[in-house]
Design a protein around this ligand. Sequence first.
Ligand code: GLV
Ligand code: MN
Ligand code: MN
Length: 415
Amino acid sequence: MRVSAPLAERIEFDLDTLAGIVDTDRSGWTRTALSQVDNDGRYEVLRMMRGAGLVADIDGAGNVIGRLPGRRSGRSLMIGSHVDTVDGGGRFDGNIGVVGAIEMVRSFREADVQLDHELVVVAFFSEEPNRFGLSCIGSRAMTGRLRPADLDRTDGHGLRFGDALPTAGIDPSRILSCAMDLSTVDAFVELHIEQGPYLESHGSQIGLVETITGISRFRALFGGRRDHAGTTGMDVRRDAGCAAAGTVLAVERIASQSLHGKGTTGSLTFTPEAVNVVTERAEMVGEFRGPESGWLRHACETLTEAAHLEGSARNVTVDVEWLPQQEPVPMNERLLDVCAAAVDELGFRRSTLFSGAEHDAAIMAQVVPTAMLFVPSVAGRSHCPEELTELNDITAGTTALAHTIFRIDRFDRPA
Ligand code: GLV
Ligand code: MN
Ligand code: MN
């Protein structure tokens, strides 16, 4: 069965177009959420969707949503990903899932493939952790999982997230009430780059994601005393920077002691930033990830204890604030079987793997039967300018997505 033939040239053209809409003052391909280039990028996606024949608009949470009516009304299938990037990141993360979904629509229309289901293509708003420490904003809002407290989170300048939303064209008084009725959606399938080395090292063209990692993120504040760096004895200092540094190493130690767990300190700031002043205040932001929620809880408790030990050894106050733990999320087994059948029919080599990266699919899976298709990342690199997925792999992933959607539409509606 040949459902359609996505065109590599059009995928490449669209990826290049989005790669041209970036903050040129930053390294790599930078299009972080709540920036002008992210607004421009989402409007470009809107144009692409409309050009592909979708009825498209931007919802109250900044999600770009395109719809292709089905032959029978009432049920929908959803595909898509995100186009925001991390600062200094690559141009494939998220982007291929949006561009691939739009190309799939073009190829369906050219091959005169009509689905019974309505097809909904989404570019989710602000998937990457933004400067307020929040991720997957669009999918959380769509599923009714964004909380009022999220709008009160502040960035490094004390600006509230809710007050920053209008810069992205989002009305903060509406974002909490723009959840969609997803009860009519039979499946969500996200195509994404792997962002790790597994598929490449196993010679696989397609990855079927079994589980998406759990994540626990924290912000730790250390309060010490500002003193002269040249005259204050080492034994009487209350150096907040040293307490924070010890905690950074504790994150590494705790994660290194586990088989699959990961631990990262993403940011560390000292106040004042002066070489001749003992640090009065340090702020650290970090996370643990892993497929087991028990380990995540253990890692959080151990890290909180370690931070307090580092603080008490220096008479430094410690405040560790944890965001609610995101539990590991399994993908829908029935949908995975459909993906496997579609991939096998196409003759692609496949592996089943765990996703260490966060995805909108983990949010959607809480409401809708969800699956993810991965394509290989060269040398496993991602969130860096060197991030690369070969065009033929992206095209293969798009073909696998098309065949999966066609199968679900015709034969396999996951319960
Ligand atoms: C998103 O890419 C994440 O895993 O942080
Ligand atoms: Mn992504
Ligand atoms: Mn990412």
